[in-house]
Design a binder for this molecule. Structure first.
Ligand SMILES: CC(C)(COP(=O)(O)OP(=O)(O)OC[C@H]1O[C@@H](n2cnc3c(N)ncnc32)[C@H](O)[C@@H]1OP(=O)(O)O)[C@@H](O)C(=O)NCCC(=O)NCCS
Length: 355
């Protein structure tokens, strides 16, 4: 059955109105399935966002459409040669698959596998990573033979339930426990003059995040990444707020950043929170998170939630979040499978499922 549906590569730059119409319909179906209570990014922002090519990743997207309906979607990416993360990430290919609920269990999902294998071979990738939040995704990935490598969750904090007295205590305790440390708040992008100093310090903190069994490369943030990140935020009209602590020698000991956007006024998104390993254990994590919450409460009175993503094994971050009142909203799992495992599954596909 799937062989009747030819996959077509999608080029966001040149895609016409017909494509965008079925793409936005697909987005709505997908959102309704897994995030029914969350606002959808407006179509115009989504298009501008997708049309902005990544300077760092090679990106592929394909659709299977029939009678003006996008039945299935595949997107995939791998790191671009010559970029700073290439050496340690070049074996990895990341993909996302979706099949409309009314078109499932007919082999459409598995019909993508030979193409995925070809894309991996074209770039010399040996490991495929796919994440899922939903039961059918888990069932499919287990059928594929992929292994669960990183389990995490989106956790949410209801601002109406926050113990603001405790938040105030954490803000006050910070300088008491670290009298030499300075906390600095930035509303909007960090000034470009800071990027050379900030980027490597952010990179080293990001690389201390737990990845459990996930095969992953090094995260390398450069000033070019910061420029790209800010350009993307601007497209989404995302307002960025960053809080840092600095030690007397100028070293950044803790970072937290959050974004708010007019199209989802009720939800503040936590981006990253990190404390340098040699500065842990003196309440900097609590200090910056509490200071940020107090700051954003004043700035965005319409906000009701803070949303954050955490690995299930990130005990220190989860402990702070739990004390603040974050609760699990949605579980997420990253799976991976080697190229040989993928080839073995492709070999066993029924003939009709080969595209
Ligand atoms: C995961 C997904 C892409 C599968 O698409 P699909 O077209 O239904 O998949 P296939 O028909 O090719 O299924 C292949 C095999 O996977 C397993 N499988 C797929 N969905 C399953 C389910 N809901 N329950 C149990 N097994 C399932 C079956 O073994 C199936 O073979 P069978 O139907 O001959 O028994 C689709 O369910 C989906 O879009 N889910 C939500 C998005 C998502 O989680 N994406 C990321 C993970 S891929």
């Amino acid at each position: 059955m799937a062989a009747e549906h030819a996959p077509a590569r999608v080029d966001f730059q040149s895609a016409g109105a017909d494509f965008w119409k079925r793409y936005h319909a697909y987005r709505r179906v997908r959102q309704q399935e897994s995030r029914p209570d969350d606002p959808l990014r407006p179509d115009e922002l989504e298009e501008r966002w997708l049309k902005r090519e990544s300077p760092f990743d090679l990106q592929y997207q394909y659709e299977i459409a029939e009678d003006g309906i996008l039945l299935s979607w595949l997107s995939g990416s791998t790191v671009k040669p010559g970029t700073p993360e290439y050496d340690s990430n070049k074996h990895l290919f990341w993909a996302d698959l979706y099949v409309r609920p009314d078109a499932r269990r007919r082999g459409l999902g598995s019909s993508w596998l030979p193409l995925l294998g070809d894309l991996m071979d074209a770039h010399g990738c040996t490991v495929l990573g796919i994440g899922t939040e939903d039961a059918p995704g888990h069932a499919f990935l287990r059928w594929l033979g992929a292994e669960s490598k990183l389990s995490g969750a989106e956790n949410r904090l209801k601002l109406a339930d926050v113990d603001w007295k405790m938040v105030e205590r954490w803000v006050n305790d910070g300088p008491k426990r670290s009298p030499q440390t300075k906390l600095v708040t930035y509303d909007g992008p960090l000034p470009e003059s800071m990027w050379d100093d900030f980027a490597p310090q952010l990179s080293s903190m990001l690389n201390t995040m737990p990845f459990e069994g996930l095969d992953h490369g090094e995260i390398v943030v450069t000033p070019d990444h910061i420029r790209d990140f800010y350009a993307r935020l601007e497209i989404g009209r995302e307002q960025l707020h960053t809080i840092l602590t600095r030690e007397p020698d100028g070293v950044i000991s803790a970072i937290t950043d959050m974004t708010w956007a007019p199209h989802r006024p009720a939800i503040i998104n936590q981006q990253f929170t990190g404390v340098r390993p040699d500065a842990r254990g003196r309440g900097l994590g609590k200090w910056i998170k509490a200071a940020m919450l107090a700051h954003l409460r004043d700035l965005y009175p319409e906000a009701q939630w803070v949303a954050t993503q955490n690995a299930g094994s990130n005990a220190p971050m989860l402990a702070i979040n739990k004390q603040l009142g974050f609760k699990q909203y949605r579980a997420e799992t990253e799976y991976q499978i080697g190229r040989e495992g993928l080839a073995a599954r492709i070999k066993r596909l029924p003939a009709r499922k080969r595209t």
